[in-house]
Ligand binder design. Structure first.
Ligand SMILES: Nc1ncnc2c1ncn2[C@@H]1O[C@H](COP(=O)(O)OP(=O)(O)OP(=O)(O)O)[C@@H](O)[C@H]1O
Length: 928
C-alpha cells in the first residue's frame, strides 16, 4: 500500500529530531511506545501541519570507470573527484565558459568507489529512515549507461540487508513489510509484479493523494521473499528490454518497500499505534535527449515521453530548489505525480547522480551535474508517520476533549493567560497615569505662562487706563522729574513693576532704582499722569527696579522730586477700596485716632464701592467701564487730604492706587504694627463671623472685598511708609486716615497675621464661589504659612476673585475650562450638594463610631438624631472663621484620605487657574 493510502496519519514532529541514525530511530520508537501507552509526553500533530524537520536532499555524484568502448576509442576521462565532496573538470575551460570547473556536493564518488561505499555514505541513512516511520526515497539519475541501474540495484540490496538486520535487532516490535514495483514507460504505469502489462491508472484520492490503482503489493514473509520479488521485477524489466530491444533504459523503475511497525507490548490494545513509512528505490530512465538516442518511430515517441517526465522532474526540482512557493507542476507527468510526496514533501530523499567520465559525454555529464546542483537546494520536510487504530484515536481525542473542558471549567489553572491579562491591564494603567501626569505638567506650565501673561496684561491695562484717566482730566498738575513708573508689589515680597515712563522728563537717568512716583495730593486727584511710554526704560525698570523698590532701597536724596507708585498687582483695585473706605471713614468720622486709622475698617457704606471696584479690577479681561470710571472721577469721596510735600494720587478706574502720605516721625513701632494687625485680624474675624453665608447665595463677597481691602491697605502702606520716611509728610497720612506699614513683613508675628488674613480672604472666596469642600480642605491644610505659600495663595485668590466676579455679574455658565467643560454657579452648587452627600456616606466607612460621636459632640449635633451624619456633613465649611475652617478641613481630609505631601502637591493646587470640570474634581478628590 502506498504511503498516501494510509487512512488517518499523524506525525510526531518532536520525534523527528535525528539525522536518521538507527539509534535515534530506536529512541523515537521508544517514545512512540510511550505515547501509545497514553502518556502525554508527545503531542500529536497532523502531518499536514508541517511539524516535521526540514532538511535538504542528500545529493551525491558517482563517476563510473571508463568502459571498454570508451577506452577503445581513446575517449579520455576529463573528470576527477579531488576529495569526498568536489569533482572538477580536468581540462582547461575557455576563458568565458559558462560552465564551472568544479562542483561540490554532499558526497562525490570516483571510479574506484564501490557501491557499498556509495550506499553507506550516500543512501543508507536516508533509506533506513523508513524503519522509524519516516518516508524515504533514493533516486538514481544520469544518462544512459552511466551506471544508474548498477548503482541502484546495489543500494537496494544493501538497504534490504540493513533493514532486515534492524528488524532482527528489534524483536520488541513487530514489523510488517510490503513490496510493490512499477515501471513508467511512455507515460504508462506498469505493474512489475504482475504479468499483466496493462497500464495502471492513477487515482486522486482526497485523503491519500495519488494512488496507483490495482498495483500489486506483496506482504513480505522474509528477506528471501523480497529477493524473489526483486528478481521478478528484474525479469519483467528484462523481458521488456528483450522485447523492446535495449529500451529498458527508457523507462523509470520504482521499487517500493513499505514498513509498518508496532511495539509488541501494546499489540492488540486499544491504545496501540503503528509507525508507518515507505522507501522508494527509483531508477530513472536515461536523461539524455531523444535526439541523441533516436529520431524516428518508437524511439522518437519514447524520447518525447522521457523528456516529458524528466523535464517535469527537472522543473519540479528546480522550482523546489527555490522554495516551496508558487505552483509546483507535479501533475505534469506520471513520474512526478507518483513521487510527489517524496519530492520536497514528507520524506527524506537522496539522489545519486551517475556520470561517465568520458570526454565524449561532456555535455550529458554537465547536465547531470546541473541537475544535481539544483537538487541539493531542495528542502524536504520529513515527519514520523504514525497510524493509530480507530480505538486509540477515539481515546486520544476523548482525552484531549476532557483536558480542554477542564481548562474551561477552571480558568484559574491557566495562570499564564491570567497573568498576561493582569500585565496588560497594569501596562494600560501605567500609560494612563503617564498621560495624566503629562497633562498635569502641561497644565502647570500653562498656568505659569498664563500668570505671566495676566500680570503683563494687567500691568499694561493699568498703564493704559492710567493714561486714559490722565487724558480725561482737566486739571494738570506738574510732576517732578520722574513720573509714571508704576511698580507692582506682590504681597509675598515679589515686586512687579509696571512702568510707564517718560525719559524726557527723567532727570536722573541711570538711577532707575531710585525713581519714585510722586503721589498727588487730594486736590490733584484728577490731574493726569503726564507721561509717555518708553518701552525700553519701562523694561529696564521692570527688570532692575523691582528688587530695589521691594527692599525699600530706592530712596534718593532727591526724593522730594521723585515719585513712586507701588501697587499690588494681584489686587490692583483693592487699594482703591482702601481709599473709598478711607473716604467713607473720613466722612463718617469713624477714624478716631491714628491707630484706628491704620485699620481700614469694614463699613457697610464702603462695601458697595469696594465691591464695584473689586469687580473692575479682578476682571482680567480688561474691559473698561466708562460709567464706573466716571463715577470714580466724580466721586466726592475721592478727595484726599493734600500734603505739602507729597502728593497722593488716586488713579481712577484702572484698579491701581497710588497712595503715598507723608508721615514723618510717626512711623509706628513694631509693637504698634503687631497690635495693629492683631486688631485688624480680630476685626476681620468678627466681620466674618457675622456673615456666615449660605451656599446658595453669594453672601460674603463684599466681606471678602473689604477684607482684601484691608489687606491691600497694609501693602500699600508699606510703600507709603518708605516714602513717608523720606518725605516726612506725616500729617497727610493722618488726614487720610491711613497708617503706613512696612511692605516686607519682617516680624514673624506680622507674617503670621498676614497669612491668616489671607486665609480668611480665601475662605470667604471659597464660600462665595462654592468651591468644593475637598479643594478647600486640601488647600487649607497644604498651605500653612510658609514664605512660598503666599505665591500660591495669591494665585488662588486671583482665580477665585475672577470666578466670584463672573458669578456676581450674572455670567455664570460663561466660564469654560481648559477641556471645554462649562463651569457655572449652579453646577458648583450641585457639585457641593453632591459632595456633602458623599461625605456623610463616606463617614460611615472611614470614621470609627467613636470618632463620629466625638465629632457630633464637638459640632453640637444630637447624638440621637437619625440624620446626624448628614448634619455633620452639612455643617462643614459653612462658617468663615479660621477655627471652623480648620475643623472642617481636618474632617474632610480624614474622610477623603488626604495627606498633605509637600511642594509638588502645592504646585498642583496653587497653579490651577481654571475651574476643573465636575468629573475631574470628583476624580481628583477620590470620589470616583
Ligand atoms: N561504477 C561502475 N563500475 C563498474 N562498472 C559499471 C559501473 N557503473 C556502470 N557500470 C557498467 O556500465 C554498464 C551500464 O551500466 P548501467 O546499465 O547500470 O547503466 P544505466 O545508467 O542503467 O543505463 P540505462 O540507462 O541504459 O539502463 C553496465 O555494464 C555496468 O556494469
Amino acid at each position: 500500500m502506498f504511503l498516501s493510502e494510509v487512512g488517518v496519519m499523524w506525525s510526531f514532529a518532536s520525534l523527528c529530531d535525528s539525522d536518521g541514525d538507527l539509534q535515534r530511530h530506536s529512541n523515537a520508537q521508544k517514545k512512540m511506545g510511550t505515547m501509545a501507552d497514553g502518556v502525554e509526553l508527545v503531542r500529536l500533530e497532523k502531518a499536514e501541519d508541517g511539524g516535521g524537520k526540514e532538511e535538504r536532499i542528500l545529493v551525491s555524484v558517482r563517476v563510473r570507470p571508463l568502459n571498454v568502448k570508451e577506452i577503445e576509442k581513446n575517449d579520455p576521462g576529463d573528470w576527477e573527484c579531488i576529495n569526498s565532496t568536489t569533482i572538477i573538470y580536468k581540462q582547461s575551460l575557455p576563458e568565458r565558459s559558462v560552465y564551472p570547473a568544479a562542483y561540490t556536493f554532499d558526497r562525490v564518488f570516483g571510479s574506484k568507489s564501490g557501491t557499498r561505499n556509495v550506499y553507506d555514505e550516500g543512501a543508507k541513512e536516508v533509506s533506513l529512515s523508513v524503519v522509524s516511520g519516516i518516508n524515504a526515497s533514493i533516486f538514481a539519475y544520469g544518462q544512459t549507461s552511466s551506471g544508474k541501474t548498477y548503482t541502484m540495484s546495489g543500494i537496494t540490496e544493501y538497504a534490504i540487508e540493513d533493514i532486515y538486520e534492524y528488524i532482527k535487532r528489534h524483536e520488541e516490535r513487530t514489523f510488517v513489510l510490503k513490496f510493490s514495483a512499477m515501471e513508467i514507460y511512455n507515460e504508462a504505469v506498469r505493474d512489475l509484479l504482475s504479468t499483466d502489462s496493462t497500464p495502471l491508472r492513477l487515482l486522486d484520492d482526497p485523503e491519500r493523494g495519488t494512488v496507483v490503482d490495482k498495483l500489486t503489493e506483496e506482504t513480505l514473509r522474509d528477506k528471501s521473499h523480497l529477493k524473489e520479488l526483486l528478481a521478478i521485477c528484474a525479469a519483467q524489466r528484462q523481458v521488456g528490454e528483450t522485447a523492446l530491444n535495449e529500451l529498458s533504459s527508457r523507462s523509470h523503475q520504482i521499487l517500493r518497500l513499505t514498513i509498518e511497525s508496532t511495539a509488541k507490548e501494546f499489540m492488540g490494545r486499544e491504545s496501540s499505534s503503528t509507525l508507518f513509512a515507505a522507501v522508494n528505490f527509483v531508477d530513472l530512465a536515461g536523461s539524455e535527449r531523444a535526439s541523441q538516442v533516436s529520431s524516428a518511430g518508437n524511439r522518437l515517441k519514447e524520447g518525447c515521453h522521457i523528456n516529458r517526465s524528466l523535464l517535469t522532474l527537472g522543473t519540479v526540482i528546480r522550482k523546489l530548489s527555490k522554495g516551496r512557493t508558487g505552483h509546483i507542476p507535479y501533475r505534469d507527468s506520471k513520474l512526478t505525480r507518483i513521487l510527489q510526496p517524496f519530492l520536497g514533501g514528507n520524506a527524506r530523499t537522496a539522489i545519486i547522480c551517475t556520470m561517465s567520465p568520458a570526454r565524449s559525454h561532456i555535455e550529458q555529464s554537465r547536465n547531470t551535474l546541473l541537475f544535481a546542483s539544483c537538487a541539493k537546494q531542495v528542502v524536504t520536510n520529513a515527519q514520523v508517520n504514525v497510524v493509530m487504530s480507530d480505538k486509540a484515536l477515539v481515546k486520544h481525542l476523548q482525552r484531549e476533549l476532557a483536558r480542554m473542558e477542564n481548562e474551561l471549567k477552571h480558568p484559574g489553572i491557566s495562570t499564564c493567560t491570567q497573568h498576561s491579562e493582569v500585565l496588560r491591564e497594569r501596562d494600560a494603567q501605567i500609560k494612563k497615569m503617564e498621560r495624566e501626569m503629562k497633562e498635569l505638567m502641561q497644565q502647570r506650565d500653562l498656568a505659569q505662562s498664563r500668570l505671566d501673561d495676566l500680570l503683563r496684561v494687567v500691568a499694561e491695562d493699568q498703564v493704559s487706563r492710567h493714561w486714559e484717566v490722565s487724558s480725561q482730566s482737566s486739571v494738570s498738575h506738574p510732576r517732578s522729574e520722574c513720573e509714571d513708573a508704576l511698580s507692582v508689589c506682590g504681597m509675598s515680597g515679589i515686586v512687579y513693576q509696571i512702568p510707564d515712563f517718560n525719559p524726557s522728563r527723567f532727570e536722573a537717568p541711570g538711577e532707575l532704582s531710585k525713581y519714585n512716583y510722586q503721589l498727588e495730593p487730594s486736590d490733584k486727584l484728577n490731574s493726569p499722569w503726564r507721561s509717555t511710554n518708553s518701552p525700553n526704560l519701562n523694561e529696564q525698570i521692570m527688570h532692575h527696579g523691582i528688587r530695589e523698590i521691594a527692599e525699600g532701597t530706592y530712596e534718593d536724596s532727591e526724593d522730594h522730586c521723585k515719585e513712586v507708585q507701588c501697587i499690588e498687582v494681584h489686587a490692583v483695585s483693592t487699594s482703591r477700596w482702601n481709599e473709598f473706605d478711607q473716604l467713607n471713614d473720613q466722612s463718617n468720622g469713624l477714624l478716631q485716632d491714628t491707630d484706628e486709622r491704620k485699620l481700614m475698617r469694614f463699613t457697610p457704606k464702603s462695601v458697595g464701592n469696594a465691591a464695584h471696584l473689586r469687580h473692575q479690577s479682578v476682571n482680567f479681561e480688561t474691559s473698561k467701564s466708562e460709567n464706573s470710571q466716571q463715577d470714580l472721577m466724580n466721586s466726592e469721596d475721592m478727595a484726599l487730604t493734600k500734603s505739602n510735600s507729597c502728593k497722593a494720587s488716586l488713579e481712577n478706574n484702572s484698579g491701581f492706587s497710588s497712595l503715598n502720605y507723608d508721615e514723618k516721625n510717626t512711623t509706628p513701632s513694631v509693637e504698634e504694627l503687631d497690635s495693629s494687625y492683631m486688631a485688624k485680624t480680630e476685626d476681620i474675624k468678627t466681620v466674618h463671623k457675622e456673615t456666615d453665608s449660605d451656599e446658595s447665595t453669594l453672601l460674603g463677597i463684599d466681606d471678602v472685598a473689604d477684607n482684601h481691602c484691608q489687606k491691600q491697605l497694609s501693602s500699600d502702606e508699606v510703600t507709603q511708609q518708605t516714602q513717608l520716611e523720606s518725605d516726612g509728610a506725616v500729617e497727610k497720612q493722618k488726614d487720610a486716615g491711613i497708617a503706613a506699614m512696612p511692605c516686607s513683613l519682617e516680624s514673624p508675628l506680622q507674617g503670621h497675621l498676614e497669612f491668616e488674613r489671607k486665609q480668611l480672604e480665601l475662605i470667604q472666596l471659597w464660600q462665595a464661589c462654592h468651591v468644593p469642600l475637598a479643594h478647600r480642605s486640601c488647600f487649607f491644610l497644604l498651605f500653612k504659612g510658609d514664605p512660598a505659600d503666599s505665591f500660591y495663595m495669591e494665585v488662588e485668590f486671583r482665580r477665585l476673585s475672577f470666578l466670584r466676579n463672573t458669578f456676581t455679574h450674572g455670567n455664570a455658565g460663561d466660564i469654560v475650562a481648559e477641556d471645554g467643560h462649562r463651569f457655572s454657579l449652579s453646577s458648583s452648587l450641585r457639585y457641593l450638594r453632591w459632595e456633602r452627600e458623599m461625605l456623610w456616606k463616606q463617614m460611615e466607612k472611614i470614621l470609627s463610631p467613636e470618632e463620629r460621636e466625638m465629632l457630633y459632640a464637638k459640632w453640637g449635633i444630637n447624638l440621637n438624631s437619625k440624620q446626624r451624619k448628614m448634619q455633620l456633613a452639612q455643617r462643614l465649611w459653612t462658617q468663615t472663621d479660621i477655627d471652623h475652617a480648620k475643623e472642617s478641613a481636618l474632617v474632610v481630609a480624614k474622610v477623603i484620605g488626604f495627606v498633605p505631601q509637600g511642594e509638588a502637591m502645592k504646585e498642583m493646587f496653587g497653579l490651577c487657574f481654571t475651574p476643573q470640570p465636575i468629573h475631574m474634581q470628583k476624580r481628583a478628590f477620590g470620589w470616583l
